[in-house]
Structure formats: C-alpha cells, structure tokens
Design a protein around this ligand. Structure first.
Ligand SMILES: Cc1cc2nc3c(=O)[nH]c(=O)nc-3n(C[C@H](O)[C@H](O)[C@H](O)COP(=O)(O)OP(=O)(O)OC[C@H]3O[C@@H](n4cnc5c(N)ncnc54)[C@H](O)[C@@H]3O)c2cc1C
Ligand code: SF4
Length: 501
C-alpha cells in the first residue's frame, strides 16, 4: 500500500547538478547519479492516486505509480521489470524526456510540486544495467519472417527490439557511420553519454538484430532490393530537414550555419576523443566550425538551441546570445491557457542556461551583417510582436527598435520541416504531406508492406513519442506478418499529446 502522505512529509528534490565551472570543462553528463536514499524518498511522494493522469501524460503509458512504489519499498528487480514492460530504453527517456507525465501529475492540481518521475525512471534504468548488464532476451522460436528497419534512432531501435524478441529476423539500415540517430550525433554527451547507446546495442545484437551502418537506403541499397529481401519494411528516417531563413539578407555569409551542422561536428570530436583520436570540429566539406573564442548567436528557443548553448560554452565561446521570436513565457502554468494536466507554456531553464549566455526574447533577425570580407560580424535584430491570424504567423517589427549584436558564429535552431526529400521516398512510392511528414493508415502502413514511425511520421517530436511509435508500428508489422499473439501498441497513428480541446 503506497504512502498517501509522502508528499506532505517530503518536498520535491533533485540531485545537485555538477558545478558549472567543473562541468563546462568536460563533456560528461550534468547530473551525477542520485543516492538510493533520495530516490526512495522521492518515490514515496507518489500517492498512487485513483486515476493516475501521469499514464496519459506519458505516450508510452509507463506504469509510474507501480514502479514508484516498488522503489519506495526497495524492490528494485520488480521495478526494473515493470519499467521495461512499457519502455525499451528508459535510460534515454530518464535522461532526456521533458516529462509530460510530471505536468500531468495529480500533485500539480493542489499546488504541490509533481513527483520527480523522470529522475526515478533513470535511477531504475541505471539499476537495470548495474544489476544484470541489460541481460539479452532473445526469442525462443524464429518465425522465419524478415523485417528491414531503415533508420536507427529511438523509433527504429524500439521497433527492432520488439520484432526481434517476437522471433522475426531484423536488419537495421543506417546511413551514418554509427547507430543511434539523433541520440548519437545530434544530442551532446553532457545530456546523454554514448556508453548508454552502446550498452543497448550490445543487448540488441545479442537478441539477434543485425546492423548495417554506412548504408543509405535509396542510394546504396534500393527500395526494390529491400522489398525483395524482406517481408516488411519500417521507415524510421526522422525529420531532419532543418528550417532555414534564405530570405534574410546575409544568410549566405561565412559563419552562418544550421545548428545541426555545429552539433554533429562537435559530437564527432567528442566521439573521436573517446577513441583516443584527436579531431577538429568540421563540416563534411572540411570547413571548421567551432565556437572557441567567438561571439556566438543562436537563433531559436528549443532543445536544439539549448544544446548549441552548452556546446558553445564547452568549446570556449567568448560570449553567447540566444534569440527567441516569442516573448518570455511565464514561470508558472497559466491555467486559463493550459489547464492541468496539459503541457504548459512556461519558461524552461535547461542546465545549459545555468552555464551562461544571454537570452533575448521577442526579437527577430533583420540581417546578418557582413564584415566586408563575406564573413558575418553581427546580427541586426528588431523587437517584434507575433500574432496568429487565420492560422498564419504574423511577425511585426517595432519601428526604431533595431540594434546589432556582435556575432562571429550564427547557429540557426529554428526547427525542422519534416523528413528530408531523398531518393528513398519515390522508390517506396511515398510522398511528404504539407508538414513534410509521411502519412500512414491506422495500421502504420504508408504503402503495402511499408510502415512508418517516429519523427518521419509525426514530424520533429520527442524520444518518448519515437519509442512509442516504434513499439506500435512493430505490433502492426507483427500482425501483418501473421505473428502469434499481439505485441503492445501504446499509441495509434492519430494519437496527440493531452490537450484542452
Ligand atoms: C539537437 C536535438 C536535441 C534534442 N533533444 C531532445 C531531448 O532532450 N529530449 C527529447 O525527448 N527529444 C529531443 N530531441 C528530439 C529527438 O531526438 C527526436 O524526436 C528523436 O530522435 C526521433 O527519433 P527517430 O527514430 O524518429 O529519428 P532520428 O533519431 O532522427 O533517426 C533517424 C535516423 O534515420 C537515418 N536515415 C535517414 N534516412 C536514411 C536512409 N535513407 N537510409 C538509412 N538511414 C537513414 C538517419 O541517419 C538517422 O540516424 C532533440 C532533437 C534534436 C535535433
Ligand atoms: S518517458 Fe517521459 S513521459 Fe514517460 S514516464 Fe518517463 S519522463 Fe515521464
């Protein structure tokens, strides 16, 4: 029986982050492991309320009150099993998920701070590794059916694990030189050390999943070949088409780049250092891209922008400005606009914001300013208001509000426009919709025998949604292949986050 008064006895507490001067001098994760005592105390704050709205907040339907109580009572093995029953990779979500479950925690209704669900999750996930090193669970019987998974991000990997455990032969095709999708070269090590991906890959490999890296489907291998060699195909190619701003004067100047170019280059340097190889942060064409000693301007206010901020400080930037088009959000939920248990629009302070830099709200770039040699030397910004008219965004600059911010390196982190236009799409006979995503039927099929999941289907989203969609698409593929029994399907293709209307 859970403790109904735990939240009255204990306040919400998270483990202390590593001190800023220490952590910006390396690439290790920001959070050290929490002690068992703290985690058991925090799990005790979960009262196991009659209707746990956190279940609906979490796209995976994680059984949060169950594992909170198992942690409270020190029953770690059962907590590990309960968590893995709904989530293939809790070590990723426990580190990286923005935790919509916490926004839906019933404690938030009564003005209390929510349970630290995500922190409990990561501690259970790490306990699983410490206890049995992620013991493989290979299928006992092979179905003789074969599935190709294209893309090795969390959607592709979750689907691959589900299908392999159900007895299908699974091959994951990845065009990059390493497996992991955005977790590998998009998200920096200070948020997710890559050892966590490698440990899961060892488990998947032991469960029979085959990995083929450096293979771009549609180029090195055609859709026709894939269809001939496999009984079903899952497309999980992400939504990596970065939004640009070609109309802004000076966009073509040297020093103005897509944020992902900066993150991938930086992550590759860290990966090389881990193998004892020196490397420079460079674009694929050899152009250096490094924030050391530079005035950096990051345009955008989301995860990608915060990751660029953390990278810039670790590379030794002289100064960083982060520009946001929208006004500064409130620090507390506006219940009129975003009633509980929906995801609120509030000011989010990532650990990277603690490390320095200036955030400037309600401004838009008018020009990237040339230093006379074709290199950017500043951005000219104006204060703006933003309105939605008939679903369209109208940005109006306030007269006389223009000013310059010095900039040697400008990073565009202004979102993604869906999955990339690439040969694979036409070869499989699928087309991008108005949001740049690939539509599917209710059974996740985009076209006969070809399924789609993750960001490629949903548009740029979150890891928890990618895993949920990967699991659900795997369930549909299992049924399509005539597999025995049902696999869990936490979401259907039309499922949206909790909303007030
Ligand atoms: C910088 C950044 C930070 C983020 N931080 C967070 C965070 O903190 N928390 C969070 O929840 N979410 C975060 N996200 C979002 C999250 O990473 C994505 O929602 C998630 O990775 C999507 O998973 P996916 O499997 O659908 O696609 P991806 O992870 O994008 O993987 C797609 C893979 O498909 C491969 N591919 C594409 N085409 C082909 C082809 N033709 N042949 C072979 N392979 C191909 C790509 O190389 C890639 O590896 C972040 C995103 C970015 C960009
Ligand atoms: S995956 Fe995200 S939403 Fe689900 S329980 Fe974990 S932190 Fe919460």
């Amino acid at each position: 029986m859970p403790d109904p008064n735990g939240f009255l006895r204990y306040d919400r507490r998270l483990p202390a982050r590593r001190p800023v001067p220490v952590r910006i001098s390396d690439w290790r994760e920001v959070y050290p492991p929490a002690g068992e005592e703290l985690i058991r105390e925090q799990a005790t704050r979960c009262m196991d309320c009659g209707i746990p709205f956190c279940h609906d907040g979490c796209p995976l339907g994680n059984r949060i009150p169950d594992w909170n109580d198992l942690v409270r009572t020190g029953n770690w093995d059962a907590a590990v099993d309960s968590l893995h029953a709904t989530n293939n990779f809790p070590e990723f979500t426990g580190r990286l998920c923005p935790a919509p479950c916490e926004a839906a925690c019933v404690l938030g209704l009564g003005g209390q701070q929510p349970v630290t669900i995500k922190q409990v999750e990561v501690e259970i996930a790490d306990a699983a590794v410490a206890r049995d090193g992620l013991r493989p669970r290979p299928a006992s019987v092979s179905t003789g059916r074969s599935v190709a998974v294209v893309g090795s991000g969390p959607a592709g990997l979750a689907a691959a694990q589900q299908l392999a455990r159900a007895g299908h032969t699974v091959t994951v095709y990845e065009r990059d030189d390493a497996i992991g999708g955005l977790l590998r070269y998009g998200i920096p090590d200070f948020k997710l050390e890559k050892q966590h991906i490698d440990k899961r890959l060892a488990q998947l490999t032991a469960e029979g999943v085959r990995f083929r890296t450096g293979v771009e489907v549609g180029v090195e291998v055609t859709a026709e070949q894939l269809r001939a060699e496999h009984d079903a195909v899952l497309l999980a190619c992400g939504a990596l088409q970065g939004r640009d701003t070609p109309e802004t004067p000076g966009r073509a100047l040297r020093g103005v780049h897509q944020a992902m170019a900066h993150l991938v280059a930086a992550n590759r340097v860290v990966a090389a250092a881990g193998e004892g190889k020196p490397a420079l942060a460079m674009l694929p064409d050899g152009t250096p891209i490094d924030a050391a000693g530079k005035h950096v301007v990051i345009i955008g206010g989301g995860d990608t922008a915060a990751d660029c901020l953390g990278v810039a400080h670790r590379q030794g930037a002289a100064g960083v400005h982060q520009l946001d088009l929208y006004p500064q959000p409130p620090s507390e939920r506006d219940a009129e606009r975003d009633p509980w248990p929906t995801w609120p629009w509030v000011l989010r302070n990532y650990p990277a914001h603690e490390e320095g830099g200036d955030r400037v709200f309600a401004v838009a770039v008018q020009e990237f300013v040339d230093d006379g040699t074709g290199q950017v030397r500043a951005v000219r910004i104006a204060e703006v208001t933003v309105e939605k008219v008939d679903g369209r965004r109208i940005v109006t600059a306030l007269p006389g509000s223009e000013r310059e911010i010095p900039a040697d390196l400008v990073l565009l982190a202004i979102g993604f426009e869906g999955t990339e236009e690439q040969p694979l799409l036409a070869q499989f006979g699928v087309t991008r919709n108005g949001r740049g995503a690939i539509d599917s039927g209710p059974d996740w099929q985009a076209t006969e025998g070809v399924f789609v999941a993750g960001d490629m289907h949903r548009g740029a989203s979150l890891i928890v949604w990618a895993i949920a969609e990967g699991r659900a698409a795997a369930a549909a593929i299992h049924t399509y292949l005539g597999g025995v029994g049902d696999l869990p399907a936490p979401v259907d293709p039309a499922r949206q986050p909790l909303a007030a209307r």
